[in-house]
Design a protein around this ligand. Structure first.
Ligand SMILES: *[C@@H]1O[C@H](CO)[C@@H](O)[C@H](O)[C@H]1NC(C)=O
Ligand SMILES: *[C@@H]1O[C@H](CO)[C@@H](O)[C@H](O)[C@H]1NC(C)=O
Ligand SMILES: *[C@@H]1O[C@H](CO)[C@@H](O)[C@H](O)[C@H]1NC(C)=O
Ligand SMILES: *[C@@H]1O[C@H](CO)[C@@H](O)[C@H](O)[C@H]1NC(C)=O
Ligand SMILES: *[C@@H]1O[C@H](CO)[C@@H](O)[C@H](O)[C@H]1NC(C)=O
Ligand SMILES: [Zn+2]
Length: 515
């Protein structure tokens, strides 16, 4: 026998021996115990998995999960599962869902990723703002519709009083046009928006149309008040808003500066809090588009530092926004973004960068994720691409920097079709720091936060996510906010009170369903 053959035979015998030993050693009971241990570990690792529920909370969890499993089963059998469908088609189904009803009633804490001109239900702009006196409309061939309040119309366009359109074409027709021009809503979104660039073009157009109404000073304040009201009504107690602090105008042509706009937010918030003492507040994140010159970013940063000193309770920090793929990467502005840390003494200007809102792996835009973290961003806006970067995942974990997940936005704006495939699904599975928000709910016909919470709970969280997950997401939304420690403690106390009431009201409403 050759040496090789000997080795071969010996190895064979050993393998057979090991095979036999394994086959006989693992009985079904041991296997199942092992399996159970692994699944328990996974259930512990999911967002909120470590939370211990009280007896009452456990009862509510039972109710919630009964509804959830029923809706998942219905979705499987009928191929009608909202997170797997485009939001425009899913919305009417979501509105019939018992899980959605519970989520709406649940105190959700904070919404931390929102933009100034897409906060409210568009219906409010149409039914309220566009019916006020002085509204003019202009529609040039091949251009977007324009809206503006005038005492005396400008001469740059063929401005017509909107009320004249309403009497000429009919109020319902005109209101439908307004809806079509200020939202992305269409019957067949896949056909209407075949790719990301197409949907972003229309998205920016819709914002431009709405701007004409929103930037009129009295409406600007009323719009923000309405936004606070919609989030409050949706059981959200605190919001952070990215705002361009754009030019707000008066009928007589006066244009207000950025500080006036910031003060408009503060004054409106104070009025709202006076009317709603059980609200925790709101902060502003100044943001500009990622298409501007570096010198403009330096101006922004200096202005942000000034605002942060002058309005420390209200002004949270800075961000760069807009479609990320065609925009400049963060490194284009590196000198400017590093400048606060190089001032003497160094200045702490918190950043809240949108980063990795892309499907293009390895590009400069995708790598924004790493730069956002290196620049000590407080949170990552979207962070959609973070799964592709193990170093970024590690850095974010170490610095406890959450991603801001906006499921419906990512779907409607073309990054993902079926929300069960959203990258944050696996991150939820490992309890990665995250908050759920709604980005621009008005533009896609959502409202406040509950629709996104529903999609996250049903689509991203799968069958493992239960009341513990929802509770953790709510608590974390306050924890990861830009509130200071004392504000957070007050907000948590208020949230706990609301949560306890929610649990009791759920028991009252559904208690008879519990065995
Ligand atoms: C409409 O807006 C005006 C302010 O612009 C406000 O006074 C009024 O209460 C609003 N009405 C509704 C129904 O929102
Ligand atoms: C936008 O408004 C114009 C009228 O100005 C109308 O003809 C057009 O159909 C509207 N667009 C949509 C998508 O509704
Ligand atoms: C323009 O209107 C605003 C708001 O009504 C008023 O505060 C301001 O004084 C007016 N400015 C001029 C130049 O008339
Ligand atoms: C920004 O502020 C720094 C520090 O105060 C100053 O040195 C610099 O000139 C300012 N830059 C601009 C563009 O205002
Ligand atoms: C980010 O934070 C780390 C740790 O606190 C610090 O060493 C680093 O200089 C900071 N980087 C910037 C750009 O501020
Ligand atoms: Zn955003």
């Amino acid at each position: 026998m050759s040496q090789n053959a000997h080795v071969f035979l010996t190895t064979m015998c050993l393998s057979v021996a090991i095979y036999i030993i394994q086959t006989y050693a693992i009985d079904k009971g041991t296997y199942l115990k092992h399996r159970e241990a692994i699944l328990n570990k996974e259930r512990m690792e999911i967002t909120g998995g470590e939370i211990a529920l009280s007896a009452d909370e456990s009862k509510v969890n039972q109710i919630l999960m009964t509804f959830k499993i029923k809706e998942i089963e219905y979705g499987k059998q009928n191929n009608l599962f909202p997170p797997a469908m485009h939001f425009f088609k899913a919305k009417p189904l979501i509105e019939k869902s018992d899980v959605f009803r519970i989520i709406k009633a649940m105190p959700k804490g904070a919404a931390l990723h929102l933009h100034d001109v897409s906060l409210c239900d568009i219906d409010w702009l149409i039914k309220n703002a566009s019916y006020l006196p002085h509204v003019y409309v202009c529609q040039e061939e091949g251009a977007s519709m324009r809206l503006h309040y005038f005492d005396k119309p400008a001469t740059d366009c063929y401005w017509t009083p909107l009320k004249d359109w309403r009497s000429k074409y009919g109020k319902d027709v005109v209101d439908q046009w307004l809806l079509g021009n200020m939202t992305l809503l269409v019957d067949d979104p896949v056909k209407a928006y075949p790719n990301i660039d197409a949907v972003w073009k229309k998205f920016l157009d819709t914002l431009g149309v709405a701007d004409g109404l929103i930037f009129y000073a009295p409406i600007y304040k009323a719009y923000y008040y309405q936004a606070l009201q919609e989030f409050y009504d949706d059981n959200v107690q605190y919001i952070e808003v990215r705002t361009l602090l754009s030019n707000v105008y008066e009928l007589n042509g006066t244009i207000h500066d950025k500080e006036w706009v910031l003060k408009a937010y503060i004054d409106t918030l104070h009025q709202f809090m006076k009317d709603h003492p059980d609200f925790s507040g709101s902060k502003t994140i100044y943001s500009n588009t990622r298409f501007i010159e570096p010198s403009a970013v330096q101006d922004d940063i200096n202005l942000s530092i000034k605002f942060r000193n002058k309005y420390p309770d209200h002004f949270a920090g800075y961000d760069l926004v807009g479609q990320e793929d065609p925009g400049f990467p963060l490194t284009y502005y590196l000198d400017q973004l590093l400048s606060p840390s190089q001032m003497s003494p160094p200045v702490d200007l918190p950043y809240f960068f949108h980063a990795g809102e892309t499907d293009w792996y390895g590009t400069a835009v995708d790598i924004n994720i790493i730069d956002a973290l290196l620049l000590n961003t407080s949170r990552i806006g979207h962070g959609y691409a973070i799964n592709k970067h193990p170093e970024a995942l590690r850095m974010a974990r170490e610095s406890n920097t959450p991603i801001e997940v906006n499921p419906i936005s990512n779907q409607v704006l073309g990054l993902v079709t079926d929300l069960r495939n959203h990258p944050a699904s696996s991150l939820m599975g490992e309890g990665f720091p995250m908050v759920i928000s709604s980005d621009d709910p008005g533009v896609w016909g959502a409202r406040a936060l509950s629709y996104d919470f529903y999609e996250a709970f049903m689509g991203l969280g799968g069958e493992f996510a239960d009341l513990k997950t929802l509770k953790k997401l709510a608590i974390d939304s306050l924890h990861y906010s830009a509130m200071n420690l004392a504000e957070k403690q007050d907000a948590m106390r208020l949230w706990q009170k609301k949560w306890d009431m929610f649990i009791q009201s759920m028991l009252q409403e559904y208690g008879n369903l519990i065995k």
